[in-house]
Structures are given as C-alpha cells and as structure tokens.
Design a protein around this ligand. Structure first.
Ligand code: GLC
Length: 708
C-alpha cells in the first residue's frame, strides 16, 4: 500500500511519499485556488478535474461534486474548500450569524469568542467545507478604512487575544483550518485607503502589527493570507522579508500562505511591480506565497517557470508540502467525518450567539433613562436601522458575498431592534416608523415625528449601511448622514425621552447624539440576536458588560484617534474642535457601579524574567449581578523611544454578584513591557513603569513597578 494512503502512517511520511509521486502539473495544481465567479463556465469545469488545491465560496452539493471530480484524478488529492465564515458561517443563508468581529470584541470575553469559533467550525464543516478565511487580525486604527468592522478594534493586545481565542475555537476539534489575515498592517494604509500603501517601518510592524500574528502562529492557525497592499512601497505579495524571513523562518509558521483575491494579477495590473503574470507568479512564490487565490493563469506560468528553470523546485515542494500537511491533518484523505447538517443554527448555537450578543452590546450613556419600565404604555421605534436585517448583520453575509443579493429572504431566526422591542415589551404599544433611509432617498420624518408625539419613549435606531462599508468603500466623512441628524433633531424637538441605538459597522462622529439623547447603546452589527439583546438591555433583563474596543472621534479628520498614542502633541488638540474623543476605548456602562480598591503587586522591583501578580478588589455596588472587565494598562515612564501614554497589557472579565467584593488578579509578564528598538530588538528597559488597573482608560488606580 502507498504510504500516503496509510492513515496510520505519520503525516510527514505521508506528505513525503505523496510528494515523491507527484508530477510538476500535480504539484503546481495544488498551489492554485479557484472560484467559480472568476472563471468562465468551461474553464471552471476544467479546473474541477485538473486537481487544483482549493476552491472558494462553493456551498452545499457543489462541495460533493467537486470532491468527486478530485477523487477521480490520478492521485485523488482532495481539495480544500474555503469560505469567508468570519462571523459565523454567514455566507450560507440559514446558518448562525454572529455579531461582527468588532461587535464581538466588545464582549472582552475570550471564552465566548472561542465558542463563536467552535460553532462556526461545526457549521462550516457540516456544510462540506474545510477552511474559513478568518480571523481578521488587522487593527482598526484609521476609521476612514472600509473594513474596520472586520477588526477586533484598535488595540493590538485585544486583537491578539481575540484572534488566539477564535483560532483555538476554529481548530480545536480539527474540523476546519483558520486563516490569520491580512498579513500585514493592511488597515494602516495611508489615508485609510483600502489596499493602498502602509508607511510603516519594520520596527512599528514588530511593535504593533506582528504580535497578533505571532499569537495566531503559536495557536496553530493553519493558514495566513497575504494582504493586498504594500509596506513602504514593497507589495506584500512580493515581500520576502515579511513573508518568508519573518513569518515562516522567525515565527516558525508551519501552515501555508494564501494570497488574497487576485494578488498575483495585481502585481501586474495595479501595483505595476511585474511586467507579466509569469514574473508576478515567480515573485509571489519566491516571497513565500504557497497558494494563489484566483489568477488561474498562475498554473501555466509556474509550469513554464519550471520548464525554463526560472524557479527552484525546492520552493514548489515546500509550498506543496505545507498544503498537503494541512490536508492530511484535517483527515481529508481518510474520508473525513463531518457533523450532521442539523447542527447548523441548532438551539445550542443560538444560545451561544444570544449570550455573545448580550455581552457585546455597549451601554454608552444612561441619564437615568434605563431600564425602561416594563409597563411603559407607548414606545415609538424609529429609524432607518430599526428593522433592517442587512444593517443588523453587516458585511460578509449571504446578502453581500460572494455577490451582492438584493432581495433574498433570510432563512434563519433573527431579531432587528423592532423585532426585539415587540418581543420584550409585549404589554406596550409599539409604534414603528422608518423615518428615512441612510442616504435620504426616502424621507418620512414627518410621519416619524407624528409617531413620536404619540409615544412615552422614543427608541431611535441609526447608523450606517453596507453601501458605506467594505472593500473599495472607505469614507472621508464618517458622520451620521445628514438625514439621520435631521431626524434625530426633530425627534429631540418632541421633548420625549430619547434612547439612541446605534447599528453601524464602525465608529461614527456622534457628538450631537451623545449630547442630546438620554441613553446611548452601541451594537455595531449585532448578528441574529443583536436586536433582542438591545431590547433586553433597555428592559433591564440583564446587566450590560460590553466595553468599546475602538474610539469614536468628534470629527472625521480627527482619525486616527486610538487611545494608545504617544505624548508630545503641542496643545493636545485641533484648534477647531473640542478636545478628545466622543467615546474612548474601554468605555461602557453597566447598571452597577464597580468600585476598585486595594491595588497590590506581588513584586514592585523586578527583572525582565519576572511575572508579577497584580491584584485589585472590585465591588459591585449595584442591585444586579454583573460582569466587569478589569483592565491593566502600563506606561513606560521614561523610554529610549516613544512609547504609548498608556497601553493595555492584560484584561480579565469576571462575574461579581450584587453587593459582592471580589479580588481579581491579573498576570503581568515583565517581558510584555518590552519596546522594539530601532535595532529591531525587543528590550525591557530599566526604570519605572506606571501600572494602572481599572474599568477603562480614565477610571483606574495606579501603582509603580521598577525594573532593575
Ligand atoms: C477578499 C478579501 C478577503 C477574503 C477573500 C476571499 O477580497 O480581501 O478578506 O477572504 O477575498 O473572499
């Protein structure tokens, strides 16, 4: 029996045996991923029997057909079927749609994020697929960028922790592999311009953008995706330093690297880095890309490079070895057992989704407005996003990908804010008016004001829409659209109690909303249960615990406005707008007040090899049990290069009963206080470090740690 067919043989032996049997065509075929929507019909059919390594965006019975065709090839190497299941298996109508990454990150709940990964893996695998192009480890620091919703927010530590958690969830049952993307500093492009150039040094990459990918590699993620853009004018697709030398050699990444969509072609058509596809294919492989997403000419180009001895077979073998290793690990050669399709959107998954929606939603303002009395007679629910499932879901669902679908009927259970209010406030009379659409093509603010005048309370649901977010959709102006502001002002004019619920992909400039509403709730894209969680929060059914993982500027020009910037700005503000942000990273209210006291460190003088236990007492002074995320920030008081005025180094979310005081202990590894020198060395400098432990970036108690 051939070793590669022997399921009892070890993976490396199976890979080597199979590789030794493969022709050049069969090897290069494994390095190509194709999708039906970039190929003409007959071409697509051709690739099904050619033995390509992977297909993307196939669903349902097409998975079986593709597998059968692959099984009929000479060596019967199974393909990897990949899909963007980035907040649940959401490209499949009827599967669980979780809150977006940005929304879910506000839960600060590693365990729930891991569960989100596990649930998604089960549904993706049950549906016949093997690979999710998730998590996004980009850092949402420039709010003009169109893909901020896909990030876990503005802080590198949070992005790394959430990325690690969801990768563990995706991969720990060996059902699918994950994909850490987009490598690297994709969201940092100048001007927030998608797929443009990021002017970041290797030092900055190592300090801010690489740590989440290191955590992903250490968590065992099966693949990494190369970003579209360029770093200091070197396309990432051709960036050997970052891909091969740092990711593969230095971090020891053993999975495989897939390019993003048509990156090889972009080297020719967009970035004008290569004269033709053959040169582009060679540059991509030499830089460290193991698989090309689309650019199907890649196949012929690489075969011609081999024939003309323009590329070393060792690079091809290394790429194919990495891809085969994953396929063997997943059990694809051995008749993989998949969960029953009945797991898709099963009750257990719905429960986890609902819990995550509750822990993710953020109460930003509450001037004694909430909870609302359950017997409130009349409630008006008004606004463009009050009853819009597309807004509720956000990007990367069956509405938007692989192609936009206008009128498709959702097959799964979901709650818009209107659905949630009707479900929770059954005894109240619920009036509903859309009032307008996001752009003002529809304008029925008169009807909305009329409804508001009949109500005791107005729930105003505003935000943004899919057309304002995603690839190619960066915004110069991230304000609420004028029609929404007009609607809000007119509702304010009714003098009714005004509760704002934001259903939006990313932070918007909401100074007027903050100043003029009695309560403000931020949901971002809350997923199937976002609207229900909003209504349950309004009714006081649970104690909110969400906190922002991203800051909200006063003005679009104020971005980037992340909390962990450096000192040294003359005056500290723009002269033509008020100082500071509208909301900051870490903001989020509860119905309880949490009181911090008695901060103590297990050691106050340390060396870089120490780990310090940082303990604090936290008392829940409220009448409801609750969960509180305790945050630990550090400030390197004097440093040989600028370091952030404060930076998150640890957080723990803990349950604290009503009236209970609990000691919370956070672990601080002194090595995590390192900065990255211009010599690219990670160094913990001697001297004082301020340790700040509290609820957010403004409410904390301080102590000092000295490194000797
Ligand atoms: C896209 C995205 C990437 C996604 C891929 C496959 O254009 O940039 O995040 O995974 O193509 O859909």
């Amino acid at each position: 029996m051939e070793i590669y067919k022997d399921k009892n043989a070890d993976i490396e032996s199976r890979v080597s045996d199979l590789l030794s049997r493969m022709s050049d065509e069969e090897k290069v075929g494994q390095m190509l991923q194709v999708s039906y929507n970039t190929l003409s019909g007959e071409d697509y059919e051709k690739y099904k029997t050619l033995g390509v390594g992977s297909f993307l965006h196939v669903l349902g019975e097409e998975c079986d057909e593709i597998r059968e065709k692959a099984a009929s090839t000479r060596l019967g190497i199974p393909p990897l079927l990949g899909i963007d299941a980035i907040h649940g298996h959401a490209l499949r109508n009827g599967a669980t749609v979780f809150p977006s990454q940005l929304a879910a990150s506000c839960s600060f709940n590693r365990e729930l994020i891991k569960e989100m990964g596990r649930v998604t893996a089960r549904e993706v695998c049950a549906d016949g697929l093997d690979w999710t192009f998730s998590p996004v480890l980009c850092i949402g620091r420039d709010l003009r960028w169109g893909r901020v919703d896909e990030t876990f927010g503005e802080d590198s530590y949070v992005v790394g922790e959430m990325g690690k958690a969801i990768i563990e969830g995706y991969e720990d049952e060996n059902l699918i592999i994950s994909c850490a993307k987009h490598y690297i500093a994709y969201g940092e492009a100048t001007g927030g311009r998608d797929a443009y150039d990021s002017e970041v040094t290797e030092r900055k990459i190592r300090e801010v953008f690489l740590p989440p990918f290191k955590k992903a590699v250490d968590a065992g993620c099966g693949s990494v995706m190369t970003a579209y853009g360029s770093i200091d004018a070197k396309p990432l697709t051709a960036n050997k330093r970052l891909l091969r030398e740092i990711l593969k050699d230095e971090l020891g990444f053993k999975g495989f690297v897939v390019t993003d969509w048509e990156n090889v072609r972009s080297l020719v058509t967009n970035q004008h880095f290569a004269e033709n596809l053959t040169d582009a294919s060679r540059a991509a492989i030499e830089a460290g890309n193991d698989m090309s997403m689309n650019t199907h000419e890649f196949y012929e180009c690489v075969l011609s490079l081999l024939k003309n001895k323009k590329i070393h077979m060792s690079l091809i073998d290394d790429a194919v070895r990495r891809i085969l290793r994953v396929k063997f690990r997943l059990g694809l050669f051995d008749g993989k057992k998949r969960p029953e399709k009945s797991v898709i959107a099963c009750e257990g998954h719905k429960k986890i989704n609902h819990e995550l929606a509750r822990e993710s939603i953020v109460l930003l303002k509450n001037d004694s407005a909430l909870p609302l009395d359950g017997d409130t007679k009349t409630i008006a629910v008004i606004g463009p996003n009050a009853d819009d499932v597309r807004a509720l879901y956000g990007d990367w669902t069956y509405f938007s990908h692989p192609e936009p679908k206008r009128d498709v009927k959702p097959l799964g259970e979901y709650y818009t804010v209107l659905d949630g209010m009707r479900e929770v406030f059954k005894k109240s009379r619920i009036l509903y008016e859309k009032g307008c659409d996001i752009f003002g093509h529809e304008n029925e603010t008169d009807k909305a004001v009329k409804a508001a005048k009949k109500a005791d309370v107005v729930i105003c649901v505003l935000g943004d829409c899919l057309a304002q977010n995603g690839e190619y959709r960066d915004r110069a102006d991230i304000s609420l659209t004028p029609i929404q502001l007009e609607l809000l002002k007119r509702l304010k004019g009714t003098q009714k109690k005004l509760i704002a619920v934001l259903v939006n992909c990313k932070p918007l400039c909401i100074q007027y909303l903050k100043e003029n509403c009695d309560a403000v709730i931020e949901m971002f894209n809350g997923g199937d249960y976002g609207g229900l969680a909003a209504a349950e929060l309004i009714a006081g059914r649970f104690n909110p615990s969400g906190k922002l993982t991203i800051s909200f500027p006063r003005h679009s020009a104020q971005t980037p406005c992340y909390y962990n910037g450096y000192g040294g700005w003359h005056g500290g503000r723009y002269m033509d707008i008020d100082e500071g942000n509208v909301y900051d990273f870490g903001d989020g209210l509860s119905f309880s007040e949490y009181e911090y006291s008695n901060l103590r460190l297990s050691k106050k003088t340390v060396t870089e090899n120490d780990v310090v236990e940082v303990s604090v007492d936290v008392k829940n002074n409220g009448a409801m049990d609750g969960k509180e995320t305790v945050m630990l920030f550090v400030n390197d008081v004097v440093s040989s290069i600028l370091t952030p005025v404060k930076e998150l180094k640890a957080f723990e979310k803990v349950f604290i009963g009503a009236g209970e005081k609990k000691t919370v202990t956070l672990r601080l590894d002194v090595k995590d206080l390192a900065l990255v020198t211009h010599g690219l060395k990670r160094v913990v400098e001697k001297g004082e470090f301020e340790i700040m432990v509290g609820s957010n970036t403004k409410k904390y108690i301080k102590d000092t740690l000295t490194v000797v």
